[in-house]
Design a protein around this ligand. Structure first.
Ligand code: ZN
Ligand code: ZN
Length: 203
């Protein structure tokens, strides 16, 4: 399975897809929305400000071309490492060093075929952080994230820890914690300007 940015410069191979993915998830949180607005890619969210991700393991992604187009963005110095491309500003994924987690943005699966995720994985499994949604999120969206929501990810995360699937992430150097490019960290002013525009409290 190959994923790609919108213009096709960046491409990567997923060696465990769809077997090892827990499926489709939507996050409506303030950070995901802030990030998408920072990229100027609000067009990729749903009407309620939800971002769709389909997680995979770091050890199961290999870059095939265009990794020099990758850019790393953090909303703060403690934030997730969120990756995008300089060629076409496609959101690629979020991750954290050592975690068996790449939260891959739906867009990189659907550039060639908008129906790909629906055909391959079926319905969305879980929608969280509806308290930050614009207007009313789809039925079944959790206000925050419930234990029931978390249960849908536990098997994936446990297997990932046991099988050390967080190792050898192509997004970090061999020490496992230094990102392959220096992250761009938003200034507090930059972050709060977007948050205020979206009606979120400053932080
Ligand atoms: Zn591109
Ligand atoms: Zn989020």
């Amino acid at each position: 399975m190959e994923i790609q940015c919108e213009c096709g410069t960046f491409r990567a191979e997923l060696t465990g897809f769809p077997k090892n993915t827990p499926g489709r998830f939507f996050c409506y949180c303030d950070d995901c929305q802030t990030y998408m607005h920072f990229l100027d890619r609000a067009d990729l969210m749903d009407e309620a400000g939800g971002c769709e991700i389909v997680p995979v393991y770091p050890s199961e992604m290999k870059f095939t071309q265009g990794s020099e187009s990758l850019k790393c963005v953090r909303l703060s110095s403690k934030g997730l490492y969120r990756w995008t491309t300089t060629c076409c500003k496609t959101p690629i994924l979020n991750t954290s060093p050592g975690m068996p987690w790449l939260g891959v943005a739906s867009r990189v699966y659907t550039v060639k075929d908008p129906t790909f995720l629906q055909r391959t994985l079926g319905e969305v499994r879980c929608r969280i952080e509806g308290r930050f949604a614009r207007g009313t999120p789809p039925p079944g969206t959790s206000e925050k994230a419930t234990f029931k929501d978390f249960l849908k990810l536990i098997p994936f995360l446990l297997k990932g820890v046991i099988k050390r699937k967080g190792r050898n992430s192509p997004f970090f150097k061999s020490d496992g914690k230094t990102p392959i490019v220096t992250p761009y960290v938003l200034t507090i002013e930059e972050r709060n300007a977007i948050r205020t525009r979206l009606g979120f409290q400053k932080k």
